[in-house]
Design a protein around this ligand. Structure first.
Ligand code: R5P
Length: 292
């Protein structure tokens, strides 16, 4: 029964206190709407402010990359350790358990492979991303490349479509073979992504990385790149976080590591707890020995 008496005269709880209004923890995201913030807060840990994304989308342009031949065996056991997974819709539907609960950064642009010319890409339907419950839409952006205009149009279109449904966009900077991987180029490419609406930018490490993060108004996640010795990869991640990155989006340096489960945990220690590389490497070796 509804309590009609209470409508006439009831105790008033806390009406003398101003309503709490909290700022959002993530750089450049305070003015986004609720759905966007909810998705970003599932990708980035609200305590550390950072994320460890596990990238295994390589097959869309490279085919069965080393370590990804049998993703059901190599990737699925890693998913529980990742804050977010970055993959294609093909991988999602074929090997990722829908029960995993890990947010998805969906590879949203594609078009060419390493056999022809990279970056001549197009986009999938936004309804497909909604059906797959994507938390982030990943689009390649090739600043200075022959397909620069196409990829920036793809980014802009993705931001427009994602905004309709509250799904943020990740601008992935593709550095062409002829481009210098220096702070001048990387900061320009990252800033171009942000100015065109990307909510997060994925880019490569370089000297003076602080110049890249400090001039980009949205969070930057570090792209892993080719496989390095484990200590070097942990050092690169540490330096990136120390210089203002909000996480890593790492593939080969995790799934091609001597022990991928130990490696992703060591990367997490660096990214979330700011563990120094040498200690994280000790942790890697300890976990590796335990898992033998
Ligand atoms: C990069 O543009 C693609 O998304 C890659 O397939 C992937 O993210 C690369 O990961 P990693 O370089 O760490 O292996």
């Amino acid at each position: 029964m509804p309590d009609v008496d209470d409508l006439k005269e009831g105790k008033q709880y806390y009406t003398d206190k101003p309503q709490k209004g909290e700022g959002f923890f993530l750089k450049g995201s305070n003015n986004l709407e609720w759905g966007m913030k909810d998705r970003l807060a599932r990708i980035f840990n609200p305590v550390s402010g950072n994320t460890v994304m596990l990238a295994f989308d390589h097959g869309y342009l490279m085919g069965p990359t080393s370590g990804l031949e049998r993703m059901d065996l190599t990737i699925v056991p890693l998913i529980e350790y990742a804050d977010c997974i970055m993959c294609t819709r093909g991988a999602l539907r074929t090997i990722v358990p829908p029960t995993c609960g890990t947010p998805v950064s969906l590879r949203y642009s594609s078009g060419t492979t390493v056999l022809t010319e990279l970056n001549d890409e197009c986009l999938m339907d936004i309804e497909e991303a909604v059906r797959l419950n994507a938390s982030l839409l990943a689009v390649m952006v090739a600043v200075g490349d022959r397909f620069e205009a196409t990829t920036i149009r793809n980014l802009t279109r993705t931001v427009d479509l994602g905004t309709r449904y509250g799904i943020p966009t990740l601008g992935v900077t593709a550095v062409g073979k002829d481009m210098a991987r220096d702070a001048r180029y990387i900061s320009m490419a990252s800033r171009v992504c942000a100015e065109n609406g990307a909510h997060v930018v994925k880019t490569y490490f370089c000297d003076d990385f602080e110049k890249v993060t400090s001039t980009c108004p949205v969070p930057i996640v570090l792209a892993g790149g080719k496989k390095l010795p484990e200590l070097d990869a942990l050092t690169m991640a540490y330096r990136a976080i120390d210089q203002g990155a909000n996480g890593v989006d790492m593939g080969r340096n995790i799934f091609q590591a001597g022990n991928p489960i130990a490696m992703i945990q060591a990367v997490k220690a660096v990214v979330h707890d700011r563990e120094i590389p040498e200690k994280a490497f000790d942790m890697y070796n300890t976990l590796k020995a335990e898992q033998k």
